[in-house]
Design a protein around this ligand. Structure first.
Ligand SMILES: Nc1ncnc2c1ncn2[C@@H]1O[C@H](COP(=O)(O)OP(=O)(O)O)[C@@H](O)[C@H]1O
Ligand SMILES: [Mg+2]
Length: 457
């Protein structure tokens, strides 16, 4: 680490390690912040986007429809930043069959386990050092080598730099062990204090600080990003873990690293905050766009199930593949409480419908993937604009809606998605109302005052 790159404005102090190398000790949070117009406006956009995503999550007929795949998406992408190679399909295939193609998949699954564990554990434990160590224990479970040290803060110096560089070539050396604990205690205090700061700012500061302290031998990046998901849930900002922020950090990995470094070297907090808030906005929009496409597909499968008069078991499987897009006969049997033959039969029907496809090419231990669902989850798409929010006169009953549909023209050629709890017999999806050029279609009616989103057709 080159001390001359740490200017007077750097966020902390440069010290010598016991072995005589240079290291950096960050100051306790919070830093003085400069509230520029662009920062304030980004903050408000990020809050709004999170509110929309949270609203969608809360009003889904079945929230697991999105939680299961989105949590896994976060796990895959956060682990990919650290070099693991597995894809979402690899992970889902492994979860269905327990047969692993690569060792990496296990690490990604540990990430899922840690995230799920953390969310449960937050019911009884605050977000602090104890929980952080527990999460690390799960993340590093079964990971061989001395670098793992599951659940233990480091007792030796570590550093960040290209490849497996020597400490002399490191770009950043976190606090020596003797200073590390104090820095961690400070971070915990900051997390527990009722800061006056906006929560998202507090979160962005926390992520930087955790990475700057780098308290584990390995796994710091992943634990720091897990903390982001947990913080959002703990503070009630997101009711469900639907945000996969790591996708943004992975896409802009170099910038992510250099923004963190620049806070340490030059105290560039505003730039880091803006980067972090942009990540929130973009990833909320991405999650909303994918959710909408999944719900559309869900709806079209539902229509098809009625048309073809599919059996209840087959319809249940149709629902299941949105939550768990890769299944086996055994997993279907267990999830839906069917007989082996019943599960087989339902799978066969969905194969004929081209909803499921066998993906292993084996004769035994076969697995079936829901291709269209996976495509929506995995596709690299530029985030689509969420569209503007509109107020709709929500009626109380379906017949009232049909008797007096909203004026065509007021929302001409737009699809309006209404998230709310279904009140009728239909449990499927969010209703779509096409007003204007296309005929009005309504499946169920959202309760008065529910959340309405409009986006271009
Ligand atoms: N200059 C930096 N200062 C602080 N943290 C950094 C810096 N550059 C990268 N990082 C963080 O360090 C992480 C890598 O640390 P590491 O302990 O190997 O985590 P993991 O095993 O999860 O990869 C990156 O993902 C990033 O979050
Ligand atoms: Mg690592």
């Amino acid at each position: 680490m080159e001390p001359s790159q740490f200017t007077e404005a750097c966020w902390g102090r440069v010290v010598r390690t016991p072995r005589g190398h240079w290291a950096f000790v960050p100051n306790p949070l919070p830093p003085p912040l400069e509230w520029t117009d662009s920062l304030v406006s980004l903050l408000s956009r990020a809050d709004r986007a999170l509110g929309e995503l949270s609203g969608l999550g809360e009003n889904l007929p079945n929230p697991h429809l999105l939680i299961y795949p989105f949590v896994r998406k976060e796990a895959v992408l956060s682990s990919r930043i650290e070099g693991t190679q597995s894809s979402l399909s690899d992970l889902l295939l492994f979860e269905a069959t327990k047969v692993e193609k690569q060792r990496d998949v296990r690490e990604v699954q540990n990430y899922v386990k840690a995230l799920e564990y953390g969310i449960k554990r937050l019911e009884e434990l605050p977000l602090g050092l104890r929980l952080i160590r527990e999460l690390h224990g799960i993340l590093m479970e079964g990971v061989s080598g001395e670098r793992a040290a599951p659940g233990e803060f480091r007792r030796s110096q570590n550093w960040i730099g290209p490849g497996n560089c020597a400490v002399e070539e490191a770009t950043y050396v976190p606090p020596p062990v003797s200073e590390m604990m104090e820095a961690l205690d400070g971070l915990e205090k900051f997390l527990h204090a009722d800061a006056e700061l906006p929560q998202l700012v507090q979160l962005a500061l926390t992520h930087y600080q955790f990475e700057a302290i780098h308290p584990f031998i390995d796994g710091n990046g992943r634990i720091g990003r897990l903390l982001v998901s947990l913080f959002l849930c703990q503070r009630g900002i997101l009711a469900k873990p639907l945000l996969y922020l790591s996708a943004f950090f992975e896409r802009y990995r170099q910038e992510y690293y250099s923004r963190l470094l620049r806070v340490s070297q030059r105290g560039e907090w505003r730039e880091w905050l803006e980067f972090f808030l942009r990540a929130v906005v973009e990833q909320c929009h991405d999650a909303l766009a994918r959710s909408r496409r999944l719900l559309d597909l869900h709806r079209s499968y539902y229509d098809r199930s009625l048309e073809r008069k599919l059996t209840p078991a087959t319809r249940q499987l149709m629902e299941l593949v949105f939550r768990v897009p890769v299944v086996t006969t055994r997993s279907v049997q267990a999830s839906l409480g069917l007989t082996f033959a019943g599960a087989r039969k339902a799978i066969e029907v969905l194969e004929r419908e081209n909803i499921l496809e066998e993906v292993t090419g084996r004769k035994r231990n076969r697995a079936y993937a829901a291709g269209e669902v996976l495509r929506i989850l995995e596709e690299e798409v530029p985030a689509r604009s969420v569209g503007r929010q509109v107020e709709l006169p929500c009626r109380e009953t379906k017949s009232a809606w049909e008797a007096a549909p909203p004026q065509a023209g007021s929302l001409s050629s737009q699809v309006v998605e209404i998230s709310g709890r279904p009140q009728s017999e239909h449990q499927w999806g969010v209703p779509a109302f096409a007003i204007g050029r296309r005929p009005l279609r309504s499946r169920w009616v959202a309760p008065p005052g529910s959340h309405c989103l409009a986006s271009p057709w």
